[in-house]
Every structure is written in structure tokens, then in C-alpha cells.
Design a protein around this ligand. Sequence first.
Ligand SMILES: CC(C)(COP(=O)(O)OP(=O)(O)OC[C@H]1O[C@@H](n2cnc3c(N)ncnc32)[C@H](O)[C@@H]1OP(=O)(O)O)[C@@H](O)C(=O)NCCC(=O)NCCS
Length: 143
Amino acid sequence: MTTDIVLTFATEGIDWAEAASVFERAPLGTREPDVLRRTFENSDLTCFAWDGARLVGIARALSDLTVHSVIYDLCMLPECQGKGLGTRMMEAMLERLGTPGVVLWSVPGKEPFYARLGFKPMLTAMARFEDPERSAAGGYISL
Ligand SMILES: CC(C)(COP(=O)(O)OP(=O)(O)OC[C@H]1O[C@@H](n2cnc3c(N)ncnc32)[C@H](O)[C@@H]1OP(=O)(O)O)[C@@H](O)C(=O)NCCC(=O)NCCS
């Protein structure tokens, strides 16, 4: 159950080393704490999930807060997954964003989670990445 988990939406007071550890343990890759801090501080919406004083989940979005939003970096500690917390964080973010359009880039295999929240596959999405071969190997693009 995740009813005891509290969601907050401000970056003040976040321990970015702890946030980077959530990111890494989820796992969603590795990100230096200072890079993670800059990505979150420069985002239009951030979401943090707390089990008491322990940070257990993070997410962020870029948004014009009018028409379009893009959600990034939703992840939580493994022991907090599969209990509805990701759904709760997504619903809280979607409500706060309030834009008619919301896009995101799913980790391969997590598409059903987003489909349950109303997301559909995009047919014309294009991406320009620094290392296309690596992105292709990860299952994100075709070359
Ligand atoms: C992907 C992720 C964010 C989803 O969050 P989550 O909290 O695990 O997701 P939810 O619990 O809301 O939903 C996942 C599953 O739990 C089920 N569930 C939801 N509420 C539940 C509850 N109260 N009790 C038991 N199961 C529940 C859902 O039906 C869903 O079922 P599924 O196994 O068929 O997918 C999370 O698993 C995660 O951090 N994964 C690693 C990082 C990652 O891949 N992030 C996505 C980047 S795009």
C-alpha cells in the first residue's frame, strides 16, 4: 500500500545524492547528483514521493502549462514498485500539468503501464540523440 507515502512538488531541500540513488536503484540508469539537480530545477513540474523522511520516488515534466507537456524520469525504489505509487505520481502530475497534450518516452517494456493511464503509441515521434547506435541498442529508436 502506498497510502502512507506523501507526494511533494518542490525541489527545495532535496538531497540530490539520495535522488540519484533512487534513479540508479530503480533502475533508470545513472545520473550525477548535480546533473540530476539541474534537470529537476530547470523543469516546470517536479514530483517527489516520501516514505517518512526517506525519498522513494521522483519524476519531472517540461510543460508550457497551456497545451503541451513532456514527462520524464518517473522512477521509484524497487521495494515501492507494483503497489500503485507510479500510478499515483502520474495522476498527480497529469492533474497539475493540466495540458490537453502530454507525451513521454517509455522504457522498453513499460508501455502497458502508460497505456493504462491513457497513453497511446506515437506514430511519427522522432528523436535526435548523441549516440544513435546506443539508443538503438537500448530499444529506443530504429536507425
Ligand atoms: C515503471 C514504474 C514507474 C511504475 O510504477 P509502479 O509504482 O511500479 O506502478 P504501479 O504499481 O502504479 O502499477 C504497476 C503494476 O502494479 C499494479 N498495481 C497498481 N496498484 C496496485 C496495488 N495497490 N497493489 C498491487 N498492485 C498494484 C498495477 O496494476 C500494475 O500492474 P502490472 O504488473 O500489470 O504492470 C516503476 O515500476 C519504476 O520505477 N520502474 C523502474 C524505472 C522505470 O522503468 N521507470 C519508467 C521510465 S519510462
